[in-house]
Design a protein around this ligand. Structure first.
Ligand code: NAP
Length: 278
């Protein structure tokens, strides 16, 4: 496993597992649990979920998958922005997410996107949960560079442990300013939708290049992200076969020729653009 260092110095797996849409279909339940447990066994021991996913169904399933082995897993969940308040966050975390997940603490708790609640209040609410031992770290999601500037200028804002954003070969806008901004502050980026929700799999240039290198397109897309420093990659996969393939992306080092070809197929940004979201 490759690791990424949090601002605290703690290391977490660079390749984890997403869980959007997981836990919503009873007939897939056993396979989804088995897939997550297989991923943990392989070392992809970082799981991303959110109170929003399936109205709690994803947290519930993750809780089942990690029962009795939370200490082996770095658990990430997210709170709705409108609940990221003094009053709302203790309820969202303490009354709901922790119970659904069946754990005493969440390793990293993110605000899902920037809403109308003043960020200073959100930071205080996070810090309170941290002092109570209900979360170990807090961070943000879908924060653009200006949002990060505002956050980092606030008291305690420098304690943000990650920013989870859309980042994939087909969405490289963050390379212009957000990625360097977070990099300078040692705040890791968590790349969501790294396979662009399968859209990348059907991109002819990518399939041809992957085939030439003896890889699957999903593996090439993941290997490209894993090649970056301080980027945590969280593909969602609901079968053991996909988990196995994704794990193997760690063993796909990319040479300069492949990287150049990928830049040709998916050009890096040449200007600032607003943060893209799914
Ligand atoms: P994604 O990971 O880019 O794509 C998921 C899709 O790729 C699924 O249909 C999955 O199929 C398929 N897949 C996975 N591995 C594959 C492989 N080796 N070969 C072929 N297909 C493969 O999209 P995502 O779920 O949007 O993003 C990943 C995670 O990021 C989410 O699950 C969620 O945890 C997080 N996220 C966060 C935000 C946010 O606002 N913070 C937004 C979006 C996503 P199967 O399920 O059939 O395996």
């Amino acid at each position: 496993m490759k690791y990424v260092t949090l601002p605290s110095g703690e290391q977490v797996p660079a390749l984890g597992m997403g869980t959007y849409m997981i836990g919503e279909n009873r007939s897939l339940h056993a396979e989804e649990i088995a897939a997550l447990q297989y991923g943990i066994d392989l070392g992809m021991a970082l799981i991303d979920t959110a109170e929003m996913y399936g109205k709690g169904a994803s947290e519930q399933l993750v809780g089942e998958a990690i029962r009795g082995r939370h200490e082996q897993v770095f658990l990430v969940s997210k709170v709705y922005p409108h609940r990221a308040t003094h009053k709302g966050m203790p309820i969202a975390c303490g009354e709901y997410s922790l119970k659904r997940l069946g754990v005493d603490y969440i390793d990293l708790y993110l605000v899902h996107w920037r809403g109308d609640v003043p960020l200073a209040e959100t930071i205080e609410a996070f810090e309170q949960l941290r002092s109570q031992g209900k979360i170990r770290y807090w961070g943000v999601s879908n924060f653009d560079t200006d949002d990060m500037r505002t956050l980092c200028a606030l008291p305690g804002g420098e304690h943000a442990a990650a920013n989870q954003v859309l980042y994939a070969l087909s969405h490289r806008g963050i390379e212009w300013d957000l990625l360097p901004y977070c990099g300078e502050r040692k705040i890791p980026i968590m790349a969501y939708s790294p396979i662009d929700r399968t859209r990348l799999l059907h991109y002819p240039g990518l399939s041809t290049l992957a085939e030439k290198r003896g890889m699957k397109p999903a593996q090439l897309a993941l290997a490209w992200l894993l090649h970056r420093e301080q980027v945590i990659v969280i593909p969602k996969a609901s079968s053991r076969a996909h988990i196995k393939q994704n794990f193997a992306a760690l063993d796909c080092p990319l040479d300069t020729e492949t990287l150049a070809e990928l830049d040709r197929l998916f050009p890096p940004p040449c200007d600032a653009s607003p943060l893209e979201k799914q």
